[in-house]
Design a protein around this ligand. Sequence first.
Ligand code: SF4
Length: 346
Amino acid sequence: MEIKKKDIRALTKEQLRDFFVKEGDKAFRGNQVYEWLWNKGAHTFEDMTNISKDTRNMLEDNFVINHIQVDQMQRSSDGTVKNAVRLHDGLVVESVLIPTKTRTTACVSSQVGCSLDCRFCATARLKRMRNLNPDEIFDQVVAIDNESRLYFDRPLSNIVFMGMGEPLMNYNNVLKAIDKITSPEGLGMSPKRITVSTSGVPKMIKKMADEEVNFKLAVSLHSAIDEVRTSIMPFNVTFPLKDLREALEYWYAKTKNRITYEYVVWDGINDTKKDVDALIEFCKFAPSKVNLIEYNPIDDGEFQQADNKALQMYIDMLEANNITVTVRRSRGKDIDAACGQLANKT
Ligand code: SF4
C-alpha cells in the first residue's frame, strides 16, 4: 500500500528541527531545509544543494513539496495580470497583479470558492471547496512577485487579500502565510504593505485586535443599513451591522489604525442620501477611509454601477464630514480580473 507523504511545508521550523534530531541528524539541518523551502523557493529536494544526497533521498521518501502551478496567465490591455493557479489536488483559484505608476499590488485568494454569498460577486457562485493552506497563499505571492520583476522591473510592493474567499473564514492559515511573507526567512515584506479585506466577521476582527496584528484592515461594507446590506450580503443576518460596528470599535481602541471601507454604489440599491447618511454615521467613530470601487457587472447584469451624480453625492458628503474618500477605477476588466469577477472562467 502506498504511504501518503506529508507536505513538508506544513511543518513549522521547530517541527523540522525536531524531525532531524529524531533522524539522528543536527537540529540545524532543519533551519537549512526551512530556508530552502521558504526563502530560496526550492521546488524539489534536489534543489537543496548544500544538503547531502542521502539526506535529500530521505526527505524524498518521507515528504512532498506541494507547489502551486500557474496554469494560465492572462494580461489585460491595462497591464493587469491574472493567474489561474492549479493546486496540488487539481482545484483552481485565481490571483491578480495590479500595476500602477508607483506600486505593484498582488490580490490573492484565501479559499477555493467562498463561504459567503454576496449576491454581486462571481466567486459566490462557486461553492466553497476548501481553505487554502499557508503555502498555497504564499506561493501565489511569490508567483506575482516574479511576474512583477519580469514585466515591470520591480518587486511586488503591496498585497491585498481580496481575491477568492473570505480571509477571516480561513484565519489561521492566512495568518501563517502572512507570517512567512513578512519574516526575514520568507519574503521579508513589511506588514504595513498588507491589507486583509473582510466582509465583516465580528468575532475574528476582535481576535485580530487581541493578537495585535500589524497589517491593515479593510471592510467590504457596501451598505450601513441592515435591510439593504442583508439584501446584497445575506450573511449580514448572522453578522448584523451592530455587531460589526462594535467589533470595529474594539479594533480601533486596540490598534488606533485607520479603518478602510470598500464600497460600491449600485443603481437603485444604495444610491440615495439616506444611504450616505447611514455610512457617515457608521464610520465616524474612528479615522476612516472609504474606497468607492467601480463595479463590473457579472453575467446576469442584475447589479449596475450607479451614475456619476450618485458617486459625486457620496464624495461631497463624505468629504464634508472629514472622511477620506477615494475612487478606485476598475482594472483588468477585459480578462475578468476586476473586483468581484474572479470565477475560474479561464
Ligand atoms: S465578495 Fe468576497 S466574501 Fe463576498 S462572496 Fe465574494 S469572495 Fe466571498
